[in-house]
Design a protein around this ligand. Sequence first.
Ligand code: GLP
Length: 241
Amino acid sequence: MKLIQAKNYEEMSEKAAAFMIQQVQSKRNSVLGLATGGTVIGTYDRIVEDFKQSNTSYSEVHTFNLDEYVGMQPSDSNSYHSYMDKQLFRHINLPEDHSYLPDGMADNLQEECQRYEQLIKDSGGIDLQLLGIGQNGHIGFNEPGASFDSVTHIVNLTESTRKANARYFESIEEVPTQAITMGIATIMKSKKILLLVSGESKAEAISRLINEQIHNDNPSSVLKNHADVTIIADEEALSLL
Ligand code: GLP
């Protein structure tokens, strides 16, 4: 794993955006794996700024998001569909039918998981997967204990994850209890992975990732088995190392 240090959130976001833009410029039809959450917002902002000022084109790019809540309409302001549209999709020239997220409203959720996994395969696979990390080491919504062999599946969210994500909702009761997420094996099949880590609340997670043995108690530790992972972390996140 390659670790790039950044001073703060802004610098981390600049470096991360440059990394993603470089991917798209070097392969116009890149397949990007995308993440949601607070950590990646600054990266998307900078990708949008770059799009307005430069010739970076997303017309041949396809995107797959890591996850979506179960039981939430795509139009709900807390859905990851809405998040992606607001933060990125509507601002760049990515064709509407080139972006994919799991359908958390599907009648048959099992079938939806299989369909999503197959779509990723059919795309030729993810060239670059962007990741954040949960305080408990989750990646996507693969919570502690998740199998390293898992493909896209339905998960029950832990209380700590629901609490951490409650800041986007009126109350914790409104945070869904389940999600569809790419599995750990799905994520590990990506050709390159870019993990972003910012702030004191993630210091323990990154320190565990770097210092602990690979174990599914800490899902992020699996990244040590991947041949091409870059971590961009800010000073606060690195404060325990
Ligand atoms: C959610 C998402 C993850 C994300 C994590 C961290 O649980 N499913 O993909 O990495 O939150 O979010 P944040 O960046 O807001 O801390």
